[in-house]
Design a protein around this ligand. Structure first.
Ligand SMILES: *Cc1c(COP(=O)(O)O)cnc(C)c1O
Length: 399
């Protein structure tokens, strides 16, 4: 391997780039997790993260990847053989569905085409048929990272309520939280699930469950085996800022900084920044003459853009050319999108010039790999970013 100068561009949709402030915050001695200093850290992150989830209810933090938080949400609320209703938005919904089978749940999976979000109407119709209330939980992915499609969680809640159905609403917002608006309490989400390495801008290793009173109540009756994931012991210890087992102390230092950074920028500004980058990216893709996978404008992801490559060309070949020449990682097409599509991550600690560097790498890669396209994608993004530069807007407002 020869030395590569400059920073690697990590433009996959998670793990996202870890800002220097978070790296510095984690670069500290690991402290006694039963001592008084730890309790301060524990209390600070356990309360701070609630603001990011927009909840007044408890949030538990596991030393685990997001997959662990999926499992925690299921085993704490359900019993063996329980029926759950899921929706096939893409690969992550498919993996979570696969997990329910391994845990002995009876999952119904409403088929989707991987280009649309959750159809709340289909969920409502299925629940309305279930007059015996056999379905115990509706499990959906808020932001489907394999496709770049966002689902309207408030509409899923309305569909459940309109059907008069008592099912719990479990939502994976692993790649949504901290990048696009998510309102745990307002949307009546019973368990909201996330992890550290996407919108929270951290390395992998922490995962989260935000728990509604109704979910907590269900956990008292749930009988699926659980030990490591048990909310009860976790919440007992969390009350004093501690954990039932060794927490990922240094990642918690990073989390404290991540929460401070998100609140310093302001969540609404964070969301607006992501929305602006996604629009600029789609303008580039359209100028290249390529197709965005997401079909419905209101569902377009603000976190990533999945781009289809023309028939007969290899998306993975293109990604390799870009990695070799420009030291940039782009997301691969997952499952049925393998080699058909690539994903541009534009989330986390990211600014206008990092986006333009990213898009320039893609445009040069398209040329080198011989993928048919028109020039001018980067220029289209430049035009949009310049027109919408935040400082121009504030100057106009002041005038
Ligand atoms: C990344 C991701 C996961 C999986 O998280 P891991 O940390 O890899 O276990 C699950 N769901 C969504 C939507 C994701 O983006």
């Amino acid at each position: 391997m020869t030395y590569k100068s400059g920073r690697h561009f990590l433009q996959i949709p998670g793990p996202s780039n870890v800002p220097d402030r978070i790296l510095r915050a984690m670069d500290r001695p690991t402290i006694d997790h039963r001592g008084p200093e730890f309790a301060e850290l524990g209390k600070s992150v356990l309360s701070g993260i609630k603001q990011i989830f927009k909840t007044d209810n408890p949030v538990v933090i596991y030393p685990a990847s997001g997959t662990g938080a999926w499992e925690a949400a299921l085993v704490n609320t359900l019993c063996s053989g329980d029926r759950v209703l899921m929706y096939e938005t893409g690969q992550f919904a498919t993996l979570w569905h696969g997990m329910t089978k391994k845990l002995g749940l009876e999952a119904e999976f409403i088929a989707g085409d991987w280009r649309h979000g959750v159809d709340a109407g289909a969920i409502g119709r299925r629940l309305a048929e279930d007059s015996a209330h056999e379905i115990k939980a509706v499990c959906v992915v808020h932001h489907e990272t394999s496709t770049g499609v966002t689902s309207d969680i408030a509409s899923v809640r309305r569909a459940i309520d309109a059907a008069g159905h008592p099912a719990l609403l479990l939502v994976d917002t692993i790649s949504g939280l901290g990048s696009v608006d998510f309102r745990t309490d307002e949307w009546g989400v019973d368990v909201a699930i996330t992890c550290s390495q996407k919108g929270l801008m951290m390395p992998p290793g922490l995962s989260f469950n935000a728990i509604s009173p109704k979910a907590l109540e269900a956990s008292r009756r749930a009988t699926l085996p659980r030990s490591y994931w048990g909310w009860d012991e976790m919440l007992q210890h969390n009350a004093n800022g501690y954990f039932p087992y060794s927490p990922a102390t240094n990642l918690l230092y990073g989390l404290k900084e991540a929460i401070a950074m998100l609140l310093e920028e302001g969540l609404d500004n964070v969301f607006a920044r992501h929305a602006r980058f996604s629009e600029a990216t789609r303008r580039a893709v359209r100028a290249w003459g390529l197709e965005v996978l997401s079909l419905v404008p209101s569902e377009h992801s603000n976190v990533l853009t999945t781009v289809l490559v023309p028939e007969g060309h290899s998306a993975d070949g293109l990604r390799q050319v870009i990695l070799d020449n420009f030291d940039m990682s782009l997301g691969t097409g997952l499952n049925k999108l393998q080699d058909r599509a690539f994903r541009i991550g534009h989330l986390g600690d990211f600014n206008d010039l990092s986006l333009l560097g990213t898009l320039a790498g893609v445009e040069m890669g398209l040329a080198i790999a011989g993928v048919p396209h028109s020039k001018g994608g980067v220029q289209a993004a430049i035009d949009y970013l310049a027109e919408t530069a935040p400082q121009t807007q504030s100057r106009d407002k002041a005038a």
